[in-house]
Design a protein around this ligand. Sequence first.
Ligand code: ATP
Length: 449
Amino acid sequence: MAEHDLMEKLVSLAKRRGYVFQSSEIYGGTGSVWDYGPLGVELKRNVKEAWWRTMVHERDDIEGLDAAILMHPRVWEASGHVANFTDPLVECKNCHRRYRVDILLAETGAAELDAARCLACGKTGTWTEPRQFNLMFKTFIGPVEEESSVVYLRPETAQGIYVNFLNVQTTARQRVPFGIAQIGKAFRNEITPGNFTFRTREFEQMEMQFFVEPGSDAEWFERWRESRLNWMRDVVGLASNRLRYHPHEKLAHYASAAGDIEFFFGGTIGDEGWGEIEGIHNRTDFDLGRHQEYSGKRLEYIDPGTQKRYLPYIIETSAGADRVTLAVLADAYREEEVEGETRVVLGIKPSLAPLKVGVFPLVKKDGMPERATAIHEELRRQGIPSFYDEAGAIGRRYRRQDEAGTPFGITIDGETTEKGTVTVRDRDTMQQERIAEDRIVEYVRERVK
Ligand code: ATP
């Protein structure tokens, strides 16, 4: 399959199986926001829960937080977003389509703007002068629309963490080094959204800010870089040959070291198909320093051993829940020839798959539907997401679950009533084995861990 077809195929499969729908589709939709359907919401939740488990529940040195989306407007002056959170924008003079300059160059392969062809009308070099465009969405708090009541929709979750640094540190009785983790929505008025859920105007971030003593920051940066890359491979299950770490050549105003974990999506995403799914940044003491200055409140940490006062340095790990979910889908999608037919499979890691089991009575008689329903209900009672399907030929039912990414199919047949056994079919190998009915829960639990 050519890689540029992949995104198109994913969009179509995602819609067909209830993973992702275009937002406001009945009104013609918008290209820049998407809705997660019944299976998509489960997959994304599983990604977020896996992140939370690794970052918060399995560690003593990271605390969770859920800060509000609307923050004091001074936050965004202190953070530098009002002045600097801009992208260079150009407009095609012929058809008035707007682009972010770096994305236009990457997508057209042009070395400079004059050589770039408009992707909408095909004209070359008919560009307005680039101008800086701020990506923050503005809205108003209270009933009056005036400058003094302007608030922004947060373009990143990180600032909610910085302003709560001392609240969390003192109440959780943490000592530096420690971290604060948060999952939540962020909004950016992207000039060129696109590539399905890769670049949208509303998205979710999974961010962790790790506070360290200055001098130990370079070492912590390395540790986080390595551990986040391992997480993508070992916990999310992304193929290691589609993952890489890419250091930034140009650093943002707040960073002393930075790089991205990239996944190979193919097509027009990122740098020849490699797109950022998580950023790792050494933000120094820039953020706490600025908030201290703008708020007039001391944000220093006092080391209880040495009584030394200092502003901790921050190592940030910032992943997109939507981009990681898209990477899971892109990595999992495959087509195979099986007995002269194309089989579409989403080989999602069982621990992340939305449904773990499909339960199928072989035929709709001889007590099989009743027996299958009882198994299905028991699985659900045990907290194992299961789907009951008695419609159509068994082969078609298997194929539907292959496309949905369901790792196991359990079929109830004549032998179930006679001997109390069922067949379990593996989504990836299509191999079947017989197991005792009373072992099903244990069997599935073992394999979806
Ligand atoms: P890009 O260069 O692709 O615009 P960025 O460098 O601005 O991304 P960060 O500010 O580092 O991204 O954001 C951290 C993470 O948030 C990214 O790795 C990505 O997973 C996610 N993210 C950022 N912007 C978007 C978006 N418009 N849509 C979906 N996810 C996004």
